[in-house]
Write a protein that binds this ligand. Sequence first.
Ligand code: NAP
Length: 248
Amino acid sequence: MTQEVLSDGSRGTRCPTALVSGSSQGIGFETARILAERGIRVIVSARDADRGTAAAARLGQPFVRLDVTDPDSVRAAAQWIEQKYGVLDILVNNAGVLGAPDLLPSATPVDVARQTFETNVLGVISVTNAMLPLLRRSVAGRIVNVSSELGSMERMLDRDAPTWALHDTAYNASKAALNMLTVSYAKELWDTPVKVNAMDPGWCATAINNFQGYRTAEQGASEAVRLATLGPDGPTASFSQEQGPLPW
Ligand code: NAP
């Protein structure tokens, strides 16, 4: 529950509201499930209304259709949240796509890079900007960007790390760009209650990698949940995984 001054001037508590993009499955669904278990109202969102509605029903939570690459859909979702709840406390930018695994930069088609950036980078700007007026109304706004270790410059330049050989140029570059967005939004919101952080879920068995990962989606969600529910003394502009901080 969030303690705040209510619209009639009295102090009171209300159930915080969260939006998780791409939450009909995988890490997004698990993030929504765990947040809901903690008493947070979680708006499940997906571009496929049938699958999204079914996921929301499983959690007993509301659903809004959201395709992060479609400005009309983003605008409509923000309007719906404003009309229904008037405020947003947590935004988890989880929706993401792979580029073309194993392609070196010189072999990466521009169209693949463009499509990857459209979702993983521009989609985040679009959704964040649409939701920011609602997040600014929260006494404890939290933005969590679901990034990847593959977006870490330092990790990718470590010859001894397993990530050295992982070439999905479009994806890796998109997650590095998402990391910079995290820092940029955190700086803009530095003197406000809104905290903006990025996290890496680890290699999880989800649809994005044909369920090859060795972690569960639930394990992948844990750091997103921690950052979504940070207290007032928590960090902003951080990059971490469940095991601890990650280098940019
Ligand atoms: P996933 O099951 O494939 O989930 C990705 C979600 O993003 C899906 O629900 C997908 O919806 C949604 N999505 C894609 N494009 C969208 C769009 N334009 N608008 C709205 N939703 C869209 O894979 P996941 O592993 O849970 O991925 C979640 C996040 O974790 C991604 O950002 C990914 O990069 C990141 N991540 C995953 C791993 C891993 O090992 N799994 C590691 C590091 C980072 P549809 O069903 O409609 O396609």
